[in-house]
Ligand binder design. Structure first.
Ligand code: SAH
Length: 187
């Protein structure tokens, strides 16, 4: 199978979290990343997962139960722009964003540039030193370019002493494939 944005994200996440860590899935969707994170942090760790759609919460809950890991997880029906209300003083190792809309859901219910940037900002504050954020960002088609442009503009301007930002683009692939962004908190 050819490498894609999802593989890039998964490898990055796996390299940067350990059993017992507290992590966040900022865009639950079907719960793929919530399950992946929960399996990596184990029951001594904790996963906070967010989505604004009830369907996402239900699908994710089912997926976790099916895999016998419906504990050490909190599934929160709220926008990721409110993330700080739920986390308290926990020190976060990793935050995962998978933007856009649910492929099998309503394409009108998608992440939006303004709230996405607020959420990323808040997550940068919540991260421990050497904590990471993984962002899968979509473009083209129904999605357009507004969110991708806003996110790239935001990360481009992060202080390079405090954060390392790496952007991966499948440069010679057609049809505007999604890009992957890694952010590492350095200090
Ligand atoms: N585009 C990806 C899937 C992304 S799912 C793919 O093709 O695989 C994105 C999820 O983010 C959706 O379930 C949507 O409901 C959710 N979402 C939209 N706005 C949100 C917000 N402000 N906070 C949290 N989740 C949000």
């Amino acid at each position: 199978m050819k490498i894609n944005t999802t593989n890039l994200a998964k490898n990055f996440i796996k390299e940067n979290i350990s059993n017992g860590d507290i992590v966040i899935d900022a865009t639950m969707g079907q719960g793929n990343d919530t399950l992946f994170l929960r399996q990596l942090v184990g029951e001594n760790g904790f996963v906070y997962a967010f989505d604004i759609q009830k369907e996402a919460i239900e699908a994710t809950k089912y997926r976790l139960i099916e895999n016998n890991v419906y504990n050490s997880v909190s599934l929160i029906l709220d926008g990721h722009q409110n993330i700080d209300k739920y986390i308290g003083n926990d020190v976060i190792s990793c935050v995962v964003f998978n933007f856009g809309y649910l492929p099998k859901g309503n394409h009108n219910i998608a992440t939006k540039p303004d709230t996405s940037i607020i959420a990323i900002k808040k997550c940068l504050q919540l991260l421990k030193i050497k904590g990471v954020i993984s962002l899968c960002v979509y473009q083209g088609g129904d999605t357009g370019f507004e969110e991708k442009d806003a996110i790239l503009d935001f990360v481009k301007n992060l202080d390079y002493n405090k954060y390392t930002v790496i952007v991966s683009d499948f440069f010679n692939r057609p049809n505007y494939p999604p890009i992957h962004i890694k952010i590492i908190k350095e200090m």
